[in-house]
Design a protein around this ligand. Structure first.
Ligand SMILES: [Zn+2]
Length: 306
């Protein structure tokens, strides 16, 4: 099976990998300055792809990114990396791929595909991504449910506390404003804990103030899960992204709150686990999508020849 090449764009940089049969066989990483301008963002992407030395025998390219595309394939505003707004990934990366297909997916959709494959879930898997922001996607029978924008829309902006903090989206009390890397950095900074990692590490070290921050974030997640579960009837929930490093500290609070406020018939037996793919979830999921696009293109080509 051909190697597919993948890029995962995130707040900490662009991760690049060659993937064969679900295994990462080579990986590279390029830093990305959050305030970078479009020309620099495009150059970083080209450099990341070039670092993998794509060859004519490679399969498709998969790109996972923390945002959404408009109908013309351009990145919509709202992404926390402003240098990418308006970018057409096919325009930027196509010349390096010499005609091979390019699959572009929201990172949450990519991560959900990888987690569904890793769990062997044949049913309905709700995958929650808690990184710099927050979002969720549903995979049903191996396919990402495309309710809006290639996933469940911007599900991380479900309101979990109408009196909660202002959110970057302009709303108030969204999950992303309560349970995300940015939220924990905001609440941890006055305690000298400058980012979500510092908060999670302090919580694991039994710092009661940090533990309460993680607990509060977990309760917010539990409320979001109760609402999402009522709409999507998942068989299993997995939580991935940087905040999943908080592990049971976060998930115990989330399960408890989900069962306190959610419809018992739906959430009573619903398990919430840490994802199995770790930081590679979006990369591996972009590879699955690239492989699918590659096979669809090949089948269409054979049909045309026949
Ligand atoms: Zn919001």
């Amino acid at each position: 099976m051909a190697v597919v090449v993948v890029l995962d764009i995130g707040g900490s940089g662009v991760r690049a990998a060659r993937v064969r049969d679900g295994e990462i066989v080579r990986r590279e990483r390029l830093g990305l300055i959050p305030g970078t301008v479009p020309s620099q963002a495009a150059e970083t992407l080209r450099a990341a792809l070039g670092s993998l030395e794509p060859s004519p025998t490679d399969g498709a390219l998969g790109v996972a990114f923390p945002g959404f595309l408009d109908d013309a394939g351009r990145v919509l505003p709202g992404i926390y990396l402003p240098g990418f707004v308006g970018m057409d990934f096919v325009d930027v990366l196509g010349p390096l791929m010499t005609g091979r297909p390019i699959a572009v997916v929201p990172d949450v959709a990519a991560a959900s595909l990888a987690e569904a494959a890793a769990t062997g879930s044949a049913g309905r898997l709700l995958c929650v991504c808690l990184g710099t922001g927050a979002n969720a996607a549903l995979v049903a029978d191996g396919v990402v449910v495309d309710l809006a924008a290639g996933c469940l829309g911007d599900a991380g902006h479900v309101v979990v506390d109408p009196d909660g903090p202002k959110c970057t989206c302009g709303g108030r009390g969204c999950l992303e404003a309560m349970c995300s890397g940015r939220a924990l950095a905001r609440d941890g900074t006055p305690l000298g804990l400058i980012d979500a990692n510092a908060v999670c590490e302090a919580a694991r070290a039994m710092d009661p103030r940090a533990a309460e921050l993680v607990n509060r974030a977990g309760r917010a997640l539990g409320r979001a899960l109760a609402s999402w579960a009522a709409m999507t009837f998942p068989d299993l929930v997995v939580v991935t992204g940087g905040l999943s490093l908080a592990g049971e500290l976060l998930l115990t609070a989330a399960r408890s709150e989900m069962r306190r406020v959610g419809p018992p018939g739906i959430v009573a037996g619903l398990d919430v686990q840490v994802g199995r793919c770790g930081a590679d979830a979006a990369l591996l999921g972009a590879a699955i999508e690239a492989q699918r696009v590659q096979e669809t293109n090949s089948a269409a080509g054979e049909e045309a020849v026949a």
